[in-house]
Design a protein around this ligand. Structure first.
Ligand code: GDD
Ligand code: MN
Length: 381
């Protein structure tokens, strides 16, 4: 089967009065040049929603390239988990999630696609709470609940979109690869927003119209699920922040050790050069070369053992590391020379400042290069 460019996910539970109509509307709304698939995720609705969807697809399949798959789950296991199931089955990289009860108008899908393309963002939210958006037919109580839930998400979880509670959204599937979801309750978008923090988001206004047929499945347990989900996401965010802090502390402490070793190398260099020139009565050039070799060696051993805590002194491995380390040290010296020349002759900076900058840059790039290539660590770890 050809994979789709866009996958539309429709969770359903007892939507026999809506399903056919919404599928027709979606079909009309998707631009013809897009290979589309609709995935209905039904939880064994007693009113036979799944069968209606399948029959509808059989009646049109000859006339269109737009496919409709129906995932039949055994029991009602929740909206978010249905959406997640649909996402896992989707073959397109652009995913649309929407309700089946006409609260979410399919005719804004083209505008969402345009926004995704033109702004090169990763998530487009159909939003009730940006300019031009609104809600029709909800009692005050439901409107209030929605507002409160939104404030909790924004303040408590540090989420910035105006309508993170929307059930109508589009995103690039690749942004969630590798992520694990709890998919509790109703708020799949909220969980995606928390776990993909940093991706680009746009909102497109729409009017939410309360359903004409059937009943909302939102109840007291949905509210309870919401609290549970926010709590889990809050803990998740805290863990991520802690981990980031641990990483920066680790990185900085390794850099500090590396620079300390570098400073000790200056001493070793001086002492060794002096000793050779005095006691062995060596030519001063030879003595200096010996000093440099001694300091590179002591720097290498200290960095291996102390900075990068690599205690494996297998001969082959250690010699290979030593070669790279010495190589990077020479490159560092050349970088330092080149920079000093450039800063003084081309830019006209004074020697003390130029020297400080050049030593700093050479030492830091030496640190990064050795971390990555000699001791095979991730740079940011
Ligand atoms: N498969 C499956 N399993 N589908 C479900 C389940 C379930 O347990 N619960 C609900 N659905 C389906 C419904 O059939 C409908 O298509 C859609 O999910 C939304 O359910 P409603 O019960 O109509 O929700 P709502 O109108 O109160 O709230 C919707 O709109 C809000 C505003 O955008 C939801 O999408 C909310 O998440 C959203 O915040
Ligand atoms: Mn609804």
């Amino acid at each position: 089967m050809q994979s789709a460019e866009i996958s539309i996910i429709i969770p359903t539970y007892n939507e026999s009065k809506n399903i056919r109509g919404i599928l027709e509307h979606i079909q009309k709304s998707i631009p013809r040049n897009l290979q589309a698939e609709t995935i209905v995720v039904d939880d064994n609705s007693p009113d036979l929603t799944a069968k209606i969807a399948e029959d509808y697809f059989h009646s049109i399949r000859e006339k269109t390239t737009h496919t409709i798959n129906v995932i039949k789950r055994k029991a009602k296991t929740g909206l978010s988990s249905a959406i997640l199931n649909g996402i896992q089955q989707a073959t397109g990289n652009t995913i649309v999630v929407m309700d089946s009860d006409f609260s979410h108008p399919p005719n804004i899908i083209p505008k969402m696609i345009e926004t995704l393309k033109q702004t090169k963002c990763d998530i487009v939210i159909a939003s009730r709470y940006v300019k031009g958006g609104s809600i029709q037919g909800w009692p005050l109580k439901r409107k209030l609940m929605s507002k409160i839930a939104t404030v909790i998400a924004k303040k408590g979880l540090g989420i910035s979109p105006k309508d993170p509670m929307s059930g109508f959204f589009m995103f690039k599937k690749n942004i969630i690869s590798g992520l694990k979801f709890d998919a509790i309750g109703y708020k799949m978008l909220l969980e995606i927003l928390v776990k993909t923090k940093g991706v680009k988001i746009q909102e497109v206004p729409y009017t939410f119209t309360d359903r004409q047929h059937g009943n909302s499945k939102l109840g007291a347990s949905t509210v309870f699920d919401y609290c549970k989900s926010v709590w889990k996401l809050y803990k998740y965010g805290r863990e991520v922040r802690k981990e980031e802090k641990r990483t920066s502390v680790r990185f900085l402490s390794k850099a500090a050790r590396f620079f300390t070793v570098g400073a000790s190398g200056l001493g070793v260099n001086y002492l060794a050069s002096m000793l050779f020139s005095m006691s062995a009565d060596m030519w001063y050039i030879h003595a200096t070369i010996m000093g440099i070799m001694f300091s590179i060696t002591s720097n290498f051993i200290l960095n291996k053992y102390w900075t990068f805590e690599d205690r494996d002194f297998d001969t082959k491995r250690t010699l290979a590391q030593y070669g790279k380390f010495a190589g990077f040290s020479s490159i560092g010296a050349l970088v330092q020379l080149g920079m000093i020349y450039y800063l003084i002759d081309e830019i006209g900076i004074t020697y003390p400042v130029a020297l400080m900058l050049a030593v700093g840059v050479a030492a830091f790039s030496n640190f990064v290069l050795n971390k990555k290539w000699t001791f095979k660590e991730k740079v940011w770890s």
